[in-house]
Design a protein around this ligand. Structure first.
Ligand SMILES: [Zn+2]
Length: 284
């Protein structure tokens, strides 16, 4: 930050005086000086009287305090949204992930398989989601060393495992019921897309067969069941149409009982990152 003057402040840490030729009055914004303490950024006109600025700060102190508190709160909320600690909890239809305090000094894993039934239409009904629990020492420091990155990797591997166990058979069941033959189905950690479909030509002595490969992002498993269905049927519709033409959407929409647009809209609340699924964090 380019500023004209930095002034120590007993309450705010620092006041950063920034000259802006186009400014006609003082404006106050929260500033982060790189430490935990937040300062106040004061924009002033070219010709300013420092004494007057400081008097103004005194008059505005209660409002500035409230402004900084609000900014601090939204910052810690943002941190919570990408932080793994005791509050990190995913409770999706198919998988529950949590951290609990144990008695051992080691980090232990507690796992339970999902209980899944099929309804008359051949669709999966999750009776009990799979459980992945990290049992940590009671005084565990989540920020020590590279623990944040380590747990993120462990959570992603846990989701990948359950995606293989649950999503693959779910996709194959839809494919089989509709006479769709697939070449290969994979779970990947793709960010930014929930799934993809590609063509594969298979030559035998007698004929050339065109088959499809489908990749599903492991994050698809964390979506509610009805949105998983959207993703799975979307990719399977690509085995008929390799584009997003009106014909593609007509087929998919019919398959989803006329709910494609509604489901697509709901899907926008989620992102392909584990933090998008943390409970009590509003989906962005
Ligand atoms: Zn598509």
């Amino acid at each position: 930050m380019l500023c004209d003057k930095i002034i120590e402040d007993r309450e705010f840490g620092h006041l950063y005086i920034i000259v802006n030729a186009r400014a006609v009055r003082y404006t106050f914004r929260p500033a982060n000086d790189g430490t935990e303490k937040i300062g106040v950024r004061v924009t002033v006109p070219s010709r300013y009287d420092l004494k007057d600025v400081l008097q103004s700060v005194e008059r505005m102190r209660p409002q500035l305090n409230a402004m900084l508190q609000k900014s601090q709160a939204s910052k810690s909320e943002a941190k919570k949204q990408t932080h793994i600690d005791w509050d990190f909890r995913i409770e999706s239809d198919c998988l529950h992930i949590s951290f609990v305090k144990g008695t051992s000094q080691k980090v232990l894993f507690h796992k339970e398989a999902a209980q899944i039934d099929r309804n008359e239409q051949g669709e999966d009904i999750v009776l009990k989601p799979a459980v992945l629990q990290f049992v940590c020492p009671p005084d565990f420091d989540f920020d020590k060393g590279d623990r944040q990155a380590m747990f993120e990797r462990a959570i992603i591997e846990g989701v990948r495992l359950h995606a293989k166990i649950q999503l693959l058979p779910r996709l194959l069941a839809y494919a089989n019921r509709n006479g769709i033959q697939l070449n290969e189905v994979k779970i990947n950690s793709s960010k930014g897309r929930w799934g993809s479909c590609s063509l594969r030509k298979k030559r035998t002595l007698l004929k050339t067969q065109i088959l499809h490969n489908i990749n599903l992002s492991l994050f698809t498993l964390l979506l509610p069941m009805h949105l998983q269905k959207l993703i799975l049927l979307h990719e399977l519709t690509h085995t008929f149409y390799m584009d997003h033409s009106p014909a593609f959407h007509a087929k998919l929409d019919a398959w989803l009982g006329g709910k494609e647009a509604e489901l697509e809209k709901e899907l926008k609340k989620y992102k392909t990152t584990i933090f998008s699924f943390v409970k009590d964090v509003k989906p962005k």
